[in-house]
Design a protein around this ligand. Sequence first.
Ligand SMILES: [Zn+2]
Length: 225
Amino acid sequence: MAIGKTASCLILALAMSASAAEFAVRHEHLRKGCDGVMTADDTGVRFAGPKGHSWNWKYEDIQQLILEPGRIRILTYKDQKLRLGADKGYEFTGKLPVETLDALWKNRMDQRFVAALPQPATEGISIPVKHLRRISGSEGTLNFGADSIVYATSAAADSRTWRYSDIESISSSGPFQLSITTFERALSHYGDRKGFNFELKQPITEAIYNQLWLQIEEKNGRIQP
Ligand SMILES: [Zn+2]
């Protein structure tokens, strides 16, 4: 009996550790960087590095957290005095436990979490697209699944996995164009919501567009299903 009890305690401990992660990262400075340990759990994110480079952020102190395959960007609400009040950001790189972090932050954080990750599509409608950007665009696939919309591209940091609650609205000016307005903060435009403009390589039918629009409205509670 005693053995059984120990085993169940072990299982409980393992289950609990699934919602926390501790891993080595590099804090990127303008030149070079410093090495430290990051911890993420239900309460927040901590970084322990050398010489005053240690921070403890509760989730409500984080204005935006972007998770890329090898990079974490944290934007706080603190003013950066040298840059005319621009909010202070931190960048960490390393071999990250991406799946654990994505699962933790997707559940723990609201729209302030941005998953810059291409999740493999298993269902739903997929359309090959080009993401139009000011300088150079990226090409990939837009997938509309039951719980998320995924833009998967090989271009670094341009992939996104949006929960429906991350999407403010969609619009289209024709069968070969789709705009997705998200709650992501566009860093170059002060506080603006970030729009993603896609050129579609296959036309989107009116029926599919209407279905998507309806899904976004329903998931955001603006209309009753
Ligand atoms: Zn540092």
